[in-house]
Design a protein around this ligand. Structure first.
Ligand SMILES: [Zn+2]
Length: 251
């Protein structure tokens, strides 16, 4: 059996829908990305969850879920399998609390098929608010083929403060603009303000996790403005790049 979609995850505790949030594994969703077809979002299968439970959680039938994911044998799905839920994403974004730790970041970046990532580029959105969803819509409108970042780290306006959203390009392990270059965007305009502390914590966890997973040296972590020929001040003069470098270094 093959799963048609790459693994994908997003930190968004669905406490509103799932009971026993404190003890249950944190459910993850991604929204709204480029769907296989029609409206929907991804849910990453967590330990202890079954297709039946996921279907019930989101109010779709088991048949709909199996069909949407072309699953013939629901009893042998691996933990971490991304399930496409053919339904409008929950309208109310669940509250997200603070920065993402290293272990959680390791979990977030897990994919079944690993690309050969070699560099990491950091951006700011140059907007005061936003989310993977709003940037996806914007980038689609601008004919960029949808969300042009692999990860978006929210600032509490439009998405959670410190929330890491995983884009479809990461899930599918495809490039944005440069090959083998991971694009991370922090929501905010750091020409005017600094990232929040939760954003910094999440960014450092994420970059460390990516470095460890792909063996990327710290010298290959750069700002957008560091790329030759790019006339931009992205991610802004208030972005504490040297702090990021020192915190993602090995010792
Ligand atoms: Zn940029």
């Amino acid at each position: 059996m093959t799963i048609p979609f790459s693994r994908i995850a997003l930190c968004s505790a669905l406490c509103l829908v799932l009971a026993g949030c404190a003890s249950a594994p944190k459910p993850t969703i991604v929204q709204p990305l480029v769907p296989p077809s029609g409206t929907g979002f991804y849910h990453t299968l967590e330990k202890g969850q079954t297709v039946y439970r996921v279907a019930k959680t989101y109010g779709v039938t088991v048949d709909e879920l199996l069909r949407a994911n072309r699953i013939s044998d629901p009893n042998h799905l691996e933990i971490g399998t991304p399930l496409w839920v053919p339904k409008t994403p929950p309208a109310v974004r669940p509250a997200f609390t603070g920065g993402v730790g290293y272990e959680e970041a390791r979990h977030l970046i897990r994919v079944s098929r690993k690309g050969a990532w070699r560099t990491v580029t950091l951006h700011h959105s140059a907007t005061r608010q936003g989310s993977a969803g709003s940037f996806h819509r914007d980038h689609t409108r601008r004919r960029m083929g949808g969300l042009f970042y692999h990860f978006v780290i929210g600032n509490g306006s439009g998405s959670g403060d410190g929330e890491i959203e995983v884009g479809f390009r990461w899930a599918r392990q495809v490039k944005a603009n440069r090959p083998m270059d991971v694009q991370i965007c922090l929501v905010g305009d750091f020409s005017r303000t600094e990232p929040t502390s939760a954003q910094m914590e999440s960014l450092i966890s994420l970059v460390r996790a990516i470095r460890d997973e792909y063996g990327i040296p710290v010298s290959a972590v750069r700002r957008h403005e560091d790329i030759k020929g790019k006339h931009t001040e992205c991610p802004g003069r208030h972005f504490p790049f040297h702090r990021v470098l020192s915190e993602v270094s090995d010792s």
